[in-house]
Design a protein around this ligand. Structure first.
Ligand SMILES: [Fe+2]
Ligand SMILES: [Fe+2]
Length: 227
């Protein structure tokens, strides 16, 4: 129930449940109203939610480490300001935060997604932004802006064919362009439930083919030199 696909309900649930998760209170009953109905979540449900989030975090930890490695390598190879690269590397860990709202059945589905499932997956940047707002206070103003742009724009493409906003070229903030290339590399190297992993030897050819299409051409060139 907690991880429903209904965005508004999810927003309200997180607003209610997050303070309890944050404080790790496990011995109270949470009650709140949704559309005139009184909903109660007992402590077991909250513990389950905590476990779900932790389990999910562990599943994605490996992915995050690879993303961070490629963000750093690409950013440094591109001669971007070192402290900016370090900041983006650190904050890239939150890029897929919105995926906690998606069922494992969809995330792990073999054989491709239906159009409906694809549109659920495509919601994760916006869902992520909402979830992030509960944690944003912990960051400085500058870090918050960078994290928000990573979460919202990491699936935009240089050629404008990405989502959610179809931004093009340098309309996409640099931090999101860095994470976009690193995320795609991490996914290709690890494979997906419906795509075999590529070998590291295949990476240069794929990067060359996607330079200026999916990825920022300058960043792609820099990463190619750094491989
Ligand atoms: Fe993503
Ligand atoms: Fe990712």
């Amino acid at each position: 129930m907690i991880f429903t696909q209904d965005e508004h309900m999810m927003e309200r649930l997180f607003a209610t449940v997050m303070p309890f998760i944050r404080d790790e209170k496990e011995d109270c009953l949470v009650e709140f109203e949704i559309d005139g109905k009184l909903i109660s979540i007992d402590t077991t449900s909250i513990s389950k939610a905590i476990r779900f989030i932790r389990q999910w975090s562990e599943e994605s930890l490996k992915h995050i480490r690879i993303v961070q490695e490629y963000v750093y390598r690409t950013g440094i190879a591109c001669n971007l300001d070192r402290s900016f690269v370090i900041c983006v590397t650190k904050l890239s860990s939150v890029h897929d935060m919105g995926k906690v709202g998606i069922d494992f059945d969809i995330l792990e589905k073999k054989g491709g997604l239906t159009p409906d499932e694809r549109s659920i997956v495509r919601q994760h940047p916006l869902t992520g932004l909402k979830i992030f707002s509960f944690f944003a206070d912990a960051l400085s103003e500058e870090e918050r802006k960078i994290a928000e742009s990573i979460i919202l724009y990491h699936h935009e493409r240089w050629d404008g064919l990405g989502y959610p906003n179809g931004l093009k070229g340098e309309e996409i903030p640099a931090e999101a362009r860095l994470v976009a290339i690193a995320d795609a590399v991490a996914v290709m190297l690890a494979g997906t439930p419906y795509k075999e992993p590529i070998s590291p030897d295949e990476l240069p050819e794929i990067l060359k083919a996607e330079k200026g299409c999916h990825f920022d051409p300058e960043m792609t060139e820099a990463l190619l030199c750094a491989l």
